[in-house]
Design a protein around this ligand. Sequence first.
Ligand code: HEC
Ligand code: HEC
Ligand code: HEC
Length: 134
Amino acid sequence: MGANKKMKKNNIIILVLFVAFCLFFYSGIKAEDYPPTITFEKPVKAVPFNHKGHIEMMGQDCESCHEKFFQYQIGAAADAGDFNHKSFKEGKYCGGCHDGGNAFAMDKECTKCHIGVKGYNKLKSGGKKEEAHH
Ligand code: HEC
Ligand code: HEC
Ligand code: HEC
């Protein structure tokens, strides 16, 4: 009887630890905040990426991009040396989705992504600088 009781107690401790373990990792992923917009500047200036918009569209499914197409690190793609349209065509990075299937293809509508240097300056100044020249 005594041994049985001790085993039950151990089971409870294990259960509590297990739940705590799960909560830790669950909240770790959930609480991770992400930058709402990321602007790529290499190799060409510039391509803004609407992180928030994509996350809303994908329904919080971080794994649809991470780490299949992108790492959890700004600059990783730009530093990899193959962040270009040749790779996109092979289904890497943005090209994993933007192939004319669920998302528009990358061989047209260039300006949907490429905002150029002017657009970049406007974005960085919050639109104020450009406005002042008008
Ligand atoms: C549609 C694709 C996509 C989805 C979905 C997505 N991300 Fe990202 N995420 C990116 C890209 C692109 C980068 C930049 C990677 C790079 O520069 O190499 C990035 C970078 C990040 C970073 C790095 C930030 C930094 O300061 O270095 C974090 C953190 C992140 N994402 C969190 C999330 C979380 C949390 C989710 C889900 C709620 C999510 N992402 C969903 C594409 C996505
Ligand atoms: C996991 C799939 C996925 C990846 C990876 C992805 N996208 Fe998208 N993206 C979508 C979907 C789905 C839409 C909405 C359908 C459409 O517009 O064709 C979209 C829409 C867009 C739009 C139009 C709406 C908006 O947010 O302005 C742009 C621009 C865009 N993506 C740029 C990018 C860029 C740049 C990358 C790479 C850094 C990228 N996407 C990577 C799935 C993805
Ligand atoms: C879905 C978004 C998207 C579309 C559409 C798109 N691009 Fe890109 N492009 C990118 C991203 C992301 C990069 C890499 C980051 C950077 O250079 O800022 C890039 C890089 C480039 C580069 C430099 C690297 C390379 O491949 O030589 C050129 C040139 C380029 N794009 C031209 C174009 C042209 C021309 C079009 C239209 C036919 C186009 N892009 C359409 C997202 C896009």
